[in-house]
Ligand binder design. Sequence first.
Ligand SMILES: [Zn+2]
Length: 496
Amino acid sequence: MSVNREGVNTLRFKVCTKFLNIGCCLCCSLRLCGVDFTKQKLEPECLFEQEKLNYMVESCIICLGILQVEFITSCVKEFQKNTELSKYDSENIKINVRIPASVQIRERMVVNFLLKQHSSKISLSEFLKNIQSVKTVWKWCLLKLIQRVISKQIKESPLTLDFSILYCNEEKEMNDMFTSFTQAKNCININRKKLRDATKKNISSLIPSMSDEDFQVCFPSLPNKPGKAELSKQMTLKHDSIYIAGRYVKRTRLLCQTPWFINGKTISNDSIQESISTDMKKYTLSDASKFICSGREDVDVRMILNGRPFALELINPKVTKLQIDDLQTFSNNLLKNQKLTIFGNLKIVNKKSLNKLKLGEQSKVKTYRALCFSKQNFDKTTFLEKLTQLEKITINQVTPVRVLHRRSLSTRPRMIYEIRARSPSSQELNKYHTNYNFLPPESRVFIVDIKTQAGTYIKEFINGDFGRTFPSLSDLLNCKLEILALDVTNINLKWP
Ligand SMILES: [Zn+2]
């Protein structure tokens, strides 16, 4: 042990009773004398007993009462009263604590004052080195006591309790500190940039980084006595989100992907998002949910065959240990509405894997099936042959008229990789026509399967959109074509 360290310890011992005399609580006085609460075999109750018997002060001038029996007991009681906690199925809980910023500054003011009284050569920073902070001791004390009244283990966990202690004079005190700081600015050595950046808001982080000399100039006296009952507490419980992933198959031409709002008014609540999330949200007792999808299809476009990849984020869920059976129940319940089903199985995924959904949105290859008809008579057999012979085509698409209100105006090159065409059977045609009043003659109708680069506007690739997409299928075949119905048949992404 260095001579200096010994000197510090001797001094700490000498001033311990002084701390008590000027209005510090027992815990703070012991802290400042170098007692390590976590290493000693101390029990909070023994400390409280001592405090009650011999060392009662009203509200400690450093910790504002945070480390005193009355406040800590009320915190534990609050914990016992909290009925929210038992709703979470997590076996562990992580506890974060926040204490008022002025506590740290008060501590430095008190120590500074006492050192000056002792005309000590030991510096303020040297004295405060290795001292346990109010936050450390409070956490040690509270966690020990709380662990006895709750069934969850306090350790690293996706379930977090944010425990904040609020001090009603915090703002006023920080303002006063800001004033003394700016008044003393000519006498102190603080660098210009720091001074320029000093605001009332960041003063709490600036003051602790001040040199001892500057601190002594700004804050030469003892902090004022806080009044009784000026602390309050705030507890917030939060569980990390969980993510359920799958692929949905949409069998109707009357369902939006997300709820439909116009000028803040709900036009339709019936959406893919609602259908998928309602059950899961309810079952997991989540606060909210977020639907994350790899792209989207228009209301009148079906998503068939292997479905569209999606994930549902459940925010602050209480029930998190989902079994395969639970996931199966979600899928089965969806089956009842017939418009929407899940392809394959639902799966729990982690947050990181959601990047795949986003990346897939830009790089994937999509396959569409369109029911088209020609506005003029044509020789269908020759026409279909000609269509299938088309090889890789690059097209240029000016933003389509129908999406101009939400997309910027630009020309985008897109690849068409493959086209296959055929005549539909009457049975197939009947199925297609269920949502349409218009029935063109069968001789003019055909089905085309198109494999494209993601982001291609298919409807416009077929009808040309008044020349804004070039070349379109209408241009290539020199025949006016219209689309009757569109389905997405494949999204090439391994998911979930
Ligand atoms: Zn204290």
